[in-house]
Ligand binder design. Sequence first.
Ligand code: IMP
Ligand code: MG
Length: 176
Amino acid sequence: MKHHIDKTLLSATKIAARIEELAQEITDDFSDDGEITIVPILTGSIIFTADLIRQIKLPMRINLITVSSYPGSAIRSQGATVLGQQLGNIKGSHVLLVDDILDSGTTIRAVVPLLKELGAVKVRVAVLLNKNKPEAAGAPCDFVGFNIPDEFVVGYGLDYDSYYRNLPNIVTLKGV
Ligand code: IMP
Ligand code: MG
């Protein structure tokens, strides 16, 4: 791999502490809804989802959707494409959509209407990171782990050209 880690933006310890708070906020929000349907947006949200859902003390199912917007080594959104989904029957369900990062907002703006078309009665969106870009202003986003500067980050599920997802910290890269 040509790139090297530049600096740590968020440590694993800091991420874990914030996820505990987020899980409590989400538990409170869904506590009257019977059960939650968790919809992680693959692949970037796998680690965030794994840590988050183990702290949500409510009955849940997990249904998957795969969306690609940064194919290969792209570092700008190329538009969201739904590559596949195993949403099953989500009619009447209360959904928590989980993504790693809110960047241009294209992904969330594409997936939320799809969930509603399939009959979800409640859709909340949780993202670990938010770059607060003006173009994402119209994208619904209910739970945010951290607001971060507009830099390309990897680790804790986030990738560059499919690498670095396994890094425990969220870091920036040199030369990207
Ligand atoms: P959006 O559709 O532009 O909001 O982008 C969301 C998706 O782009 C995320 O789910 C990530 O997969 C990817 N993405 C956006 N920013 C970054 C980044 O800084 N590092 C790695 N992936 C990113
Ligand atoms: Mg993603």
